[in-house]
Write a protein that binds this ligand. Structure first.
Ligand SMILES: CC(C)(COP(=O)(O)OP(=O)(O)OC[C@H]1O[C@@H](n2cnc3c(N)ncnc32)[C@H](O)[C@@H]1OP(=O)(O)O)[C@@H](O)C(=O)NCCC(=O)NCCS
Length: 150
């Protein structure tokens, strides 16, 4: 049975190898490859934000294995409290089974309980699978980030 757990410091340490591996795969997937040193730094920051209570991270765990996680944090946008999702990843072998949806629902529930009015994130336009996922979860396109190669 898959359990959805708040990733506290203890779980972040227990699942450190999977978390680092997922950071690596996620950042490769969105064309922002990182060196091992940069992945270590990202993981270090994750633990730091968990300790100071500014990260709300939920993991999907089955038989001691981390299958995916979502990392969000509270921010204010135009005087509105929101939760921003900055890292979201489900192990490729476990996708399309509802894990991502459940992780996102946990973030939405926590955001509501903490008085936030929205959950937001940035997705690359060519990350088609993720775009489809967000459409299904009724996210709307609030702004467009434009670029012109020169
Ligand atoms: C995006 C991601 C987290 C979704 O996780 P998941 O566990 O596969 O999602 P779910 O199984 O909960 O899917 C929920 C719904 O979205 C749909 N969906 C998920 N991935 C999809 C895809 N690639 N293409 C089309 N629809 C998709 C599912 O079919 C499902 O639809 P349903 O509710 O009608 O059954 C996962 O694909 C992932 O880790 N991708 C790589 C990392 C990434 O791009 N992260 C987001 C960065 S912004």
């Amino acid at each position: 049975m898959i359990e959805y757990k708040l990733i506290n410091e203890e779980l972040a340490i227990k699942h450190s190898n999977e978390i680092k591996q997922y950071f690596k795969e996620l950042l490769d997937h969105v064309n922002m490859p990182k060196t091992q040193e940069e992945i270590e730094e990202l993981y270090y920051n994750m633990v730091k934000f968990i300790k100071d209570n500014t990260a709300y991270i939920v993991g999907a765990i089955e038989n001691e294995k981390l299958l995916g996680f979502i990392w969000s944090y509270k921010r204010e946008v135009n005087k509105e409290e929101r939760y921003h999702v900055n890292y979201f990843f489900v192990n490729a072998q476990y996708r399309k089974q509802g894990i991502g949806k459940e992780l996102m629902n946990r973030v939405i529930k926590n955001a509501r309980e903490n008085g936030a009015k929205a959950v937001e994130l940035i997705v690359l336009a060519d990350n088609k699978g993720a775009v489809e996922f967000y459409k299904k979860q009724e996210f709307i396109n609030e702004k467009m980030y434009l670029v012109k190669g020169i």
